[in-house]
Write a protein that binds this ligand. Structure first.
Ligand code: ATP
Length: 354
């Protein structure tokens, strides 16, 4: 993989506190990469180091093989959009978008024409004469996006740009941002703590936790093959079951409540190893009676949360809490307080080192 943006050994400390620890990352040209993680995990700090607003305590940032060391933010040719749009209130939308070109010494007539073209691209044709206060939140964010893209940046950095928008507008803007990013082919880093947003938009996701990168992978790899318990719990919903490998060659692990649980990745762990077994709720089947060819256990149903098209059934197998996701129509077979069978196949069990 030829890398376009390369972070090597980036660390950042504030006094005794380590905000980032040895972050390595390779991003390809044209990729849409999302930094995902809980609040305080280091996403924004990493972005600010790339942008040049923060200095790393150690490590390097290279774009297209050239170090950004010592370059001020405006010398890096990077477009940035923040959650609070940061538009100039006394400039019109077109003047806001023209501003970076003005700073680069563009001719005014040519620059304003280019600004209007960018506004057109972000879906704001005919809005150039309006001031920010005459635009909705979503429209202001489009102006900010146009301003970040107008000078053909080498990188586009988006720091929770949709955080202030309501749900419908957020979804609309997610689609818009992807469309524009694809049309321009600009290498993009998007920061969010919203995992569905990360899953739906990204080529790859970088999962941060406590200043470290936990995993870098495509959305589907993260979902199906999380490398750590943290990633398994953070991406989607999962049953995480503590277990001990009892027969590595046969692919068998033991848990006090579930008994022997078979898994498919027999190369994953040695006999006696403590592991976490991940079973996604949608891979578990609910039935009145045991189903042949599957691992069956009896579960006492405690809560059923109905979402219309599907339902979440929460219950206990002994002391082990289990969650099952069923299609809406299937849930009528069972009521809260009753016992049922839950079952799964060995392919649905994913082993994570504890
Ligand atoms: P959020 O989703 O809340 O924006 P984040 O993942 O972007 O979180 P960062 O803003 O990168 O997190 O912060 C990482 C850690 O560094 C946090 O614990 C934060 O408190 C700490 N931190 C950030 N800036 C400073 C500073 N100037 N001085 C001390 N600590 C700081």
């Amino acid at each position: 993989m030829s890398s376009y943006l390369q972070l090597s050994g980036i660390s950042k400390t504030y006094g005794q506190f380590t905000a980032l620890e040895a972050v390595d990352l390779d991003i390809k040209k044209g990729e849409f990469v999302t930094f995902l993680g809980p609040s305080g995990s280091g996403k924004t700090t990493t972005l600010m180091i790339i942008a040049g607003f923060e200095t790393a305590t150690s490590g390097s940032v290279d774009v297209a093989g050239k170090s950004l060391f010592g370059l001020a933010p405006h010398e890096r040719n990077i477009g940035i959009v923040f959650q609070n749009y940061g538009l100039f209130p006394h400039k019109t939308a077109a003047q806001n978008v023209y501003f970076p070109l003005q700073m680069r010494g563009w001719d005014k007539a040519k620059g304003l024409k280019r600004a209007e073209e960018m506004l057109d691209l972000v879906g704001l044709k005919g809005f150039g004469h309006r001031h920010p206060k005459e635009l909705s939140g979503g429209q202001q964010q489009r102006v900010a996006l146009a301003r970040a893209l107008v000078f053909e940046p080498s990188l586009l950095l988006l720091d929770e740009p949709l955080g202030a928008l309501d749900k419908n507008l957020r979804e609309q803007m997610q689609i818009e941002i992807k469309r524009i990013q694809r049309a321009l082919g600009v290498t993009t880093i998007f920061v969010t703590h919203d995992q569905t947003e990360a899953m739906s938009m990204s080529d790859r996701i970088v999962v941060f936790e406590q200043g470290r990168v936990q995993q870098v992978a495509t959305p589907l790899e993260l979902y199906h093959k999380p490398e750590t318990k943290f990633v398994a719990g953070f991406i989607g919903e999962s049953n995480l079951v503590d277990a001990t490998i009892t027969d590595a060659a046969a692919g068998e692990a033991g848990n006090a409540a579930l008994g022997t649980v078979e898994y498919a990745q027999t190369d994953k762990a040695a006999n006696g190893a403590a592991v976490t077994l991940m079973i996604r709720p949608e891979h578990i089947k609910l039935s009145r009676n045991p189903i042949d060819g599957r691992k069956n256990v009896r579960m006492k149903v405690e809560t059923i949360v109905n979402y219309g098209d599907n339902a979440l059934v929460i219950g206990k197998v002994g002391d082990q809490a289990m969650r099952v996701r069923v299609l809406g129509a299937d849930v009528v077979i069972i009521r809260e307080g009753e016992e049922c069978c839950i079952s799964w196949t060995r392919d649905s069990v994913y082993v994570i080192a504890a």
